[in-house]
Ligand binder design. Structure first.
Ligand SMILES: [Zn+2]
Length: 330
């Protein structure tokens, strides 16, 4: 008999079997690809980095109107070539000048948070959203910095994105991984989102939040824990070590029939950070070689069996993704 807190071999095996039921088409594990669209335009960063790095090439971006952060074609071509799709989460951030209190105009943090914003009704963004949708990519909501505690704000942002898209979105992630457990998920569920991918870290990678999905309310609302954000890996300084870490994560995912979710911000696919695109491509290619199902969370979500209150016996019912129904508090 196992001690309290320990998981018996049988419980481990049951949890593994339940996770396997979640992976589509008998694949060995799932890799969910996500991109948070924070800053598609390189604006105030150019003079900042030009001064900090004494780099004139940064100023060239400004003077000649180059926009290296617009790397959506590159992401699309990598994924189309490998015949996979991902999710793009669009951010409808508040404007420092028209939405925020006037005193924040004197706050440098507010400037860094809000001045890189884009308008999701800008024709270039509208075209991008529709092209991605037409091509089979998932469009989701990247809740603005303050929306994790603000249901009405989140609802407004969801409606605005859906009016651009022309239909409902399934899920998304909070900007900066902001999360108030479980208040934020209550807001997400209340506005009609069906999944959230905010549970994770920008500095640590791994399966600290388990190998499976969670149902915090034991209903249709599902959490996709974030396994790795590109920022948590030493991709710029030591790409070999970053690759070793990624390969280990993939091995671990396979061994445990995990749903591994990764986040790559589109701006890292630009020429300023040349190691990222090849590493991302290698990650996806390697996962496919290892028999992973690869795609956006929304597509995996559509294939899930949901709890049936009549028999209380569903693959993702309470605690089925791991030995617990709810992720750890943090
Ligand atoms: Zn973000």
């Amino acid at each position: 008999m196992s001690n309290v807190g320990e998981v018996s071999v049988e419980e481990e095996r049951d949890a593994l079997e339940r996770r396997q039921e979640v992976i589509p088409n008998d694949h060995s594990f799932a890799l969910c690809l996500t991109h948070d669209v924070d800053r598609p335009y390189k604006t105030y960063q150019s003079p900042y980095y030009a001064v900090r790095n004494r780099s004139l090439s940064q100023l060239r971006d400004m003077i000649f109107g180059r926009n290296p952060y617009w790397s959506f074609d590159r992401i699309r071509s990598i994924e189309a070539e490998l015949d996979v799709r991902s999710a793009f989460y669009f951010l409808d951030e508040e404007s420092l000048f028209s939405d925020r209190p006037k005193h924040e105009l004197l706050d440098p943090e507010a400037w860094s948070l809000y001045t890189g914003r884009y308008d999701i009704e800008d024709p270039q963004i509208v075209d991008l959203i529709r092209e991605l949708d037409d091509g089979g990519w998932e469009i989701g909501l990247h809740g603005s910095y303050n929306s994790f505690r603000d249901r009405n704000r989140l609802r407004t942002q969801k409606h605005r994105l859906e009016s651009v898209l022309g239909r409902e979105v399934t899920g998304g992630r909070q900007h900066h991984l902001n999360l108030s457990i479980s208040e934020t998920w209550e807001h997400h569920a209340a506005v009609g989102l069906q999944y959230d991918a905010s549970l994770g870290s920008s500095t640590e990678y791994g399966f600290d939040n388990g190998y499976g999905l969670y149902r915090p309310f034991d209903d249709e609302f599902v959490l996709f824990p974030l396994t790795a954000m590109e920022l948590s890996l030493p991709i710029d300084d030591d790409p070999d070590r970053a690759w070793d870490a990624i390969e280990q994560l993939l091995e671990e995912a396979k061994e445990h029939a995990a749903v591994m979710t990764v986040l790559w911000h589109p701006r890292f696919f630009c020429s300023d950070t040349p190691n990222h695109a090849p590493l991302y491509r290698r990650l996806v290619a390697r996962a496919l070689e290892m028999d992973a199902w690869v795609g956006p969370p929304g597509e995996l979500y559509e294939q899930l069996d949901h709890p049936d209150s009549s028999n209380g016996n569903s693959p993702l019912k309470a605690g089925t993704s791991d030995s617990r129904s709810k992720p750890p508090d943090r």
